[in-house]
Design a binder for this molecule. Structure first.
Ligand SMILES: *Cc1c(COP(=O)(O)O)cnc(C)c1O
Length: 374
């Protein structure tokens, strides 16, 4: 195995901590003396039983999930849950949606197939901002209000959950889950595809307040009915066992993190804040790079930026690649660049990116040619 790896800025599937991958590699053929690997185990056996219950209790501890919430290990990705949320929680009635970027727009469009959807707020006229809470149109008889905490493509993040909405809040937390302490109890339901900040694709986390369960529409498949999945401990059918195992290793890794006096999620959040500050400062003090998101709602996880001279894009990406700074190309819908700096990205990775960005700005040709010294 390589001693060091390049820095991977992919938006998802994204980097997984080296320590986790090395442990998984060590345990690939023989998990804890069982003689078999995790991929080969019955999901109903005691070995996997201990893996999933440890993962659930670590997740509950890390994000302070109250006991009246069910934690579900499901499949389908966030986009399937764009349908499963209304199928499980809308009662076929009303649901309101806040639109702050590409992912919440997709959520709204999908939900409209299953219930009466109203747009509560929309930043289409002012991309990169969050419409002021006072201007939102809310229905007090809506079953829930949906928003996306961190828009992975647009780089727009809610610093705090919307206040005083009067109905259960439902949030897509795919690209910020476990990146900082979070007010789980202010929400009725959270869902996240794992492949951004938790582990491999194929696992979707759902955290849902139990009193909201039991009202799935008849068309909702049993295997995707949150109340059925909850009643069966995520084992109504075979869950994505290997992805759950890796997620569990990531949770253990998160619990081990230390930053000064801080531990666990607080340590990770402090590091994430430092990483984001470093990168935005580099962009804001530059004449070449620009990020157009309002300072108050800039994402700490996904930093999209453009080069003012778009003709330099290919040279920028080539130079980055040759220095071991990978997958910085922006989403096709917005172009430019995007640096995703999830939990697994160390501060040193962001420092290396910022050093390269400054060098490239001073001398695009030289920086593109220079090989990484290390
Ligand atoms: C990546 C992402 C999605 C899509 O997730 P899939 O797992 O591909 O369905 C949805 N919402 C957000 C916020 C995302 O970051």
């Amino acid at each position: 195995m390589p001693e060091t790896r390049p820095y991977n800025f992919s938006a998802g599937p994204a980097a997984i901590p080296d320590e986790v991958l090395r442990q998984a590699a060590d345990e690939m053929l023989d998990w804890h003396g069982s003689g078999i690997g995790v991929m080969e185990m019955s999901h109903r056996g005691s070995h996997f039983g201990s893996i999933i219950s440890q993962a659930e209790s670590d997740l509950r501890e890390l994000w302070a999930v109250p006991s009246d919430y069910a934690v579900l290990f499901m499949q389908g990705g966030a986009l399937a849950h764009n349908a499963l949320v209304p199928l499980n929680l809308s009662r076929g009635a009303k649901a309101d949606y806040v639109l702050t970027g590409s992912w919440s727009r997709k959520s709204r469009n999908e939900a409209a197939r299953y219930c009466d959807v109203q747009v509560a707020a929309d930043n289409a006229d002012a991309p990169g901002s969050i419409p002021p809470r006072a201007a939102w149109r809310l229905r007090d008889d809506a079953q829930y209000l949906h928003y996306c905490v961190n828009e992975t493509i647009d780089g727009v993040e809610f610093a705090a959950p919307p206040a005083d909405v009067g109905v259960p809040l439902v949030a897509d937390v795919s690209s910020m889950v476990l990146s900082r302490p979070f007010e789980v109890a202010a929400h009725g339901c959270l869902y996240a595809g794992a492949q951004k900040n938790v582990g491999p694709a194929g696992l979707t986390l759902v955290i849902v307040r139990r009193d909201l369960l039991g009202h799935a529409l008849p068309a909702c498949p049993s295997a995707l009915d949150y109340s059925v999945v909850a009643a069966n401990g995520s084992m109504f059918n075979t869950p994505p066992t290997y992805a759950i195992y890796i997620a569990g290793l990531v949770f253990q890794w998160l619990k081990r993190q230390r930053e000064g006096a801080l531990g666990g999620i607080e340590a990770v959040a402090a590091r994430n804040a430092a990483k984001a500050a470093l990168l935005y400062d580099c962009i804001d003090t530059s004449a070449l790079y620009v990020n157009r998101v309002d300072a108050a709602c800039r994402s700490r996880m996904n930093v999209p930026f453009h080069l003012r001279d778009e003709n330099l894009n290919a040279a920028f990406l080539d130079g980055a690649q040759s220095r071991g700074l990978l997958q910085l190309k922006g989403h096709k819908s917005v172009g430019g660049m995007r640096a995703s700096i999830y939990n697994a990205m160390p501060l040193a990775g962001v420092r290396a990116l910022v050093d390269y960005m400054r060098a490239f700005e001073r001398d695009p040709v030289g920086a593109q040619r220079a090989e990484c010294a290390s």
